[in-house]
Design a protein around this ligand. Structure first.
Ligand SMILES: [Ca+2]
Ligand SMILES: [Ca+2]
Ligand SMILES: [Ca+2]
Length: 243
């Protein structure tokens, strides 16, 4: 559809006179294209007896498959249920917003949890990130690290882990083995920008934010570890909240 203000005849006739002059030596007349519609009767050859047999077998097979699918669909669906085992799991984490009535916006976010394998034993462990008091300034958040006991319960390994005292108001965390040493490392997103922790392998995590070169001064709301350049080394994507 053309714009109403456009000269339709000019559009239909092709290039402008100036352009036609400039390209006169290359111009050739293009005849209008005429489409011809012809009705053709397609006569299929009669299939040979063996082809008819093969087609019959194929149809029977399809019908059998259809019956199988229908039978599967008719089976009663198994009910999937989840049981709250917090009480017996040993996890006693309670999130601390630091709210005192000023209603700071990060207090609404709650805290994230990361699943990681802190000791590379193949059993998933848990990291709960935490908020902190806003005053006095310089407070740190106390995150909780729980190790999987292999029996459905977890042990609190926060004390001395390095993740129990995080510089900033923690919001979430992402896990990636950024140095490929076989041990999960952690990036904790914080209101102040986030902190990167290296897994030292003995239940301790070392804050390596400064030597790593990370310089994010924005409100890190989320993050993801990925290999964006496919060099085999984990990279880090940080999602910052609006300013
Ligand atoms: Ca583990
Ligand atoms: Ca690592
Ligand atoms: Ca990479």
């Amino acid at each position: 559809m053309y714009d109403e203000g456009l000269d339709e005849s000019r559009v239909v006739s092709g290039p402008s006179p100036a352009l036609s002059r400039a390209s006169a030596s290359k111009t050739r007349v293009i005849e209008p294209i005429r489409l011809q519609i012809r009705i053709v009767e397609c006569i299929m050859p009669r299939p040979k007896p063996e082809l008819r047999l093969a087609a019959g077998i194929a149809i029977v097979t399809l019908l059998a498959l259809g019956a199988g699918v229908a039978a599967l669909g008719a089976q009663p669906q198994r009910q999937i249920t989840f049981t709250d085992v917090t009480g017996s799991s040993g996890v006693k984490f309670v999130h601390h917003t630091g709210a005192t009535g000023d209603k700071w916006y990060p207090e609404l976010f709650g805290g994230g949890v990361a699943v990681l394998d802190i000791d590379a034993d193949g059993w998933p462990d848990l990291l709960f990130v935490n908020g902190k008091n806003w005053r006095p300034a310089g407070q740190r958040s106390h995150c909780s690290l729980y190790r999987n006991n292999h029996d459905g319960s977890f042990s609190d390994r926060s004390a001395g882990s390095g993740l129990d005292v995080v510089d900033g108001y923690a919001i979430g965390a992402t896990v990636a083995d950024y140095d490929n040493d076989g041990k999960d490392d952690v990036f904790v997103t914080t209101v102040e920008g986030g902190r990167l922790f290296h897994n030292e392998g003995d239940g301790r995590f070392r804050d390596v934010t400064e030597p790593s070169g990370l310089r994010n001064a924005n409100f890190a709301a989320s993050a993801a570890g990925l290999d964006c350049d496919r060099d085999g080394l984990a990279d880090l994507f940080i999602g910052n909240y609006v300013r």
